[in-house]
Design a protein around this ligand. Structure first.
Ligand code: ADP
Ligand code: MG
Length: 710
């Protein structure tokens, strides 16, 4: 009998919760961050002033203050127990990277001193040859540079036996091309901020404030017990189950969503949150998600660059803490077939001072700014839906988008009934009534009344307006927030610049009238992207095709848009990506996709042949022997049933064998589409076997166990 699976269940059942000693006080919030306050306390006044300007206004870093900052940072980190420092960056692997150096250096007399200079703080030179560059950097020129990003504060990462000072950095090649996700993100934010400033100026807002892009990323994840995880080579190697029949009970009773959180899970969540709070990450909301064993963590929104860094840390800490609690945290977009996958809802907005531009305001002036921003986003999303799709592409997310649990791969905007009504009125040029809800006093006839509280929701929309922000729901749970927001920032910047080009020409006396005509024109041109209905239906797919909206179901189909002339012109204009950077990223994403599919294909094949087929043959052999034994003993009852079982299992075994051959051939072609197809056919038969083979002989933990036993 195969013991792996049964052992795993027994070990999970016998597990005793270790009760920690959680003690978190409000004052501990942000205690592991070298915050503005820390800097103010520890830096000479003029140094602090210069640095503060860099941080808050994005002015260039003054290298002459680096030594002072480094020294203060080092002292602080050592007091916190750090022995090492590292530049912490986000290469194109999708993860974060770090290379630690000790503060300690021998002083020549047999003793040691601590060393950390301004240069150590500002630049690093990690060997870049093993990071993806998509051909940007010849391997003989292996040098890469990391450069300090003062807008994201340094922090301490702790482990049981020590701590490390982490310095958020950008990562680029010897020749200056970006090799990371942070650099283009910062550039896109700058482009957007500039465009917003220009727009606001058209509305007479000349303040010196820098517009701020904000992000609140909701993070979904699964937890499975480590014992099951280790008994599933597919989870270990690919992050998802390549086989597994859906259990009779999964999520259909809807009893998990917002259900009582199990104490074992809650203990884990509390641990995660305390760690996040110490790092100044405002984890706010926790709950059970729709699928069994699925959960969500949502932070309060923050400035975009910081929120992106924080989300990388959230993913890392979820994984680490899960380990400590005997779980494994799965961030894959679709770990279990037939059950909801995990996304990362990207809540995006822009603010200026204490005003959110996507907040319908209380006065006509603010409403005009709101409607203009809204129309700019509509125009941007319609023009560049293909790029938004690129930003969410990936082998994992392909299983999720369009699987009737996540938004479809067709990008459309949900505005809600009330706002759509307003938009339709602008389009028609009659702007004096609103269909629903309380109306706002606006006092100017030429502007429409705005719904105060557009709270209706639509889970099926990829890009939904949710009252005061846009929620882009397509990004996958494992993806960095950078990709999606680089695109959103840049396309909205383009749209705003174009609108500002017009507004700047409008005479003051009939500015509002002219503005209205402009918005009317934008809506007429781009309203096809607005869709408030059910995005899961085939009717929408047809309708979207009729409207000419792009639909790229798979990653290789989607990625082409990244290197189109349109994309090159857009990103080039805003200095976000050079052509070479776009081409290299395209290469990297295509290659990553190909590698992932190849790994999945090879593992499917080897699991089918070395784990699944032997289990089925064993049962077949037992049945055959037992049928012969019965014949010899002269017992006929039950023989027919056994024969039927043997025929079913034998038939499926033959199917699996032939699917394996197909998969093997598909793998030889080097193309992904036939591999994906052959894997699906193989899985179909393996899952059928799971439902027929003796439970005791089945080697892999089943869905009903992984998702329900913890
Ligand atoms: P939901 O109903 O979608 O769960 P929530 O109110 O929980 O909505 O908000 C989801 C996320 O949106 C949170 O992370 C929240 O901080 C974020 N959010 C709220 N306002 C803004 C904003 N102005 N800019 C960016 N994100 C925001
Ligand atoms: Mg949400």
């Amino acid at each position: 009998m195969n013991r792996t699976r049964i052992d795993a269940i027994e070990r999970v059942a016998a597990r005793k919760e270790t009760i920690g000693n959680p003690k978190f006080e409000l004052g501990d919030y942000g205690s592991d961050v070298f915050s503005i306050e820390c800097m103010r306390e520890r830096l000479p006044k003029p140094v602090f002033k210069t640095l503060y300007k860099t941080i808050t206004e994005g002015s260039p870093l003054d290298a002459s203050i680096a030594d002072d900052v480094a020294n203060a940072m080092k002292q602080w980190a050592i007091e916190k127990g750090a022995t090492h420092y590292t530049h912490w960056f986000q290469p194109l692997t999708g993860a974060t990277a770090e290379k630690h150096d000790a503060f300690l250096e021998p002083d020549g007399s047999g003793k040691a001193i601590s060393v950390f200079s301004g240069k150590n703080l500002i630049v690093g030179e990690p060997d870049a040859s093993s990071f993806p560059s998509g051909g940007l950097r010849a391997t003989f020129e292996a040098r890469g540079y990391t450069a300090w990003d003062p807008s994201s504060p340094a922090f301490i990462k702790r482990h049981q036996n020590g701590a490390t000072l982490c310095i958020p950095t950008a990562f680029c090649s010897y020749t200056g091309e970006a090799l990371d996700k942070k650099t283009p993100l910062l550039k896109s934010t700058q482009a957007l901020a500039k465009a917003v400033k220009r727009l606001l100026k058209c509305f007479g807002e000349n303040g010196g404030l820098m517009p701020k892009v904000t992000l609140g990323p909701e993070q979904e994840y699964f937890l499975v017990d480590k014992n099951f995880y280790f008994a599933r080579p597919d989870l270990v190697q690919t992050g998802r189950t390549l086989f597994g029949a859906p259990p009779p009970k999964h999520q259909q009773l809807e009893d998990h969503y917002f259900g009582t959180i199990k104490h074992r899970v809650l203990n884990f969540m509390s641990d995660v949150e305390q760690e996040l709070w110490r790092l100044g990450i405002p984890a706010k909301t926790r709950h059970n998600e729709v699928a069994p064993a699925q959960y969500e963590l949502a932070p309060l929104f923050e400035e975009l660059n910081l929120a992106c860094d924080h989300n990388m840390l959230v993913m890392e800490i979820l994984k680490q803490k899960a380990e400590e609690h005997g779980f494994v945290c799965l961030l894959h977009e679709k770990p279990f077939a037939g059950i909801n996958g995990s996304g990362k809802h990207n809540n995006w907005s822009v603010s200026y001072g204490d005003r959110n531009l996507l907040n319908p305001g209380n006065d006509p002036h603010q409403n005009a700014i709101f409607l203009t921003t809204l129309c700019a986003v509509i125009q941007a999303v319609d023009r560049h839906a293909d790029l938004l799709r690129v930003a969410t592409a990936g082998a994992g997310n392909d299983h999720r988008l369009g699987a009737n649990e996540a938004p479809p791969a067709i990008i459309s905007i949900f505005l809600g009934e009330q706002l759509t009504d307003v938009i339709e009125q602008i389009e028609k040029g009659c702007l004096k009534s609103s269909k629903h809800g309380s109306l706002m006093k606006i006092g100017v006839d030429t502007l429409p009344p705005l719904p105060r509280d557009a709270t209706d929701r639509n889970r099926t929309s990829p890009f939904a307006f949710t009252g005061n922000k846009f929620e882009f729901r397509a990004p996958g749970s494992s993806q960095s927030c950078a990709g999606a927001n680089i695109v959103i920032n840049t396309i909205v910047a383009e749209s705003l610049e174009e609108i500002a080009d017009e507004l700047e020409k409008f005479p003051k006396k009939n500015f509002n009238e002219k503005l209205q005509l402009l918005l009317q024109k934008i809506i007429k041109e781009h309203k096809r992207v607005i869709f408030n209905g059910d995005g899961y239906t085939t009717a929408w797919r047809k309708e979207a095709a009729k409207r000419g909206l792009p639909n790229f179901p798979s990653t290789p189909e989607a990625l082409g848009a990244f290197v189109s002339e349109k994309s090159k012109a857009l990103f080039g204009r805003f200095n976000v990506f050079t052509e070479a950077e776009l081409e290299s990223r395209y290469e990297i994403f295509m290659e990553e996709y190909a590698k992932k599919i190849k790994i999945e294909g090879e593992l499917s094949l080897s699991l089918a042949r070395t784990v699944i087929m032997p289990a089925a043959s064993k049962q077949l052999a037992e049945l055959a022997k037992s049928i012969v034994d019965q014949k010899n003993a002269g017992i006929t009852a039950g023989v027919a049933a056994k024969k039927a079982m043997a025929e079913t299992i034998g038939g499926l075994l033959d199917n699996v064998d032939s699917c394996c051959k197909d998969l093997e051939d598909a793998l030889k072609t080097g193309n992904q589409a036939p591999v994906v197809k052959a894997m699906a056919a193989l899985r179909h038969n393996v899952d059928a076997l799971e439902l027929n083979v003796d439970d005791e002989l089945w080697p892999l933990p089943k869905y009903r166990e992984m998702l329900f036993i913890s």
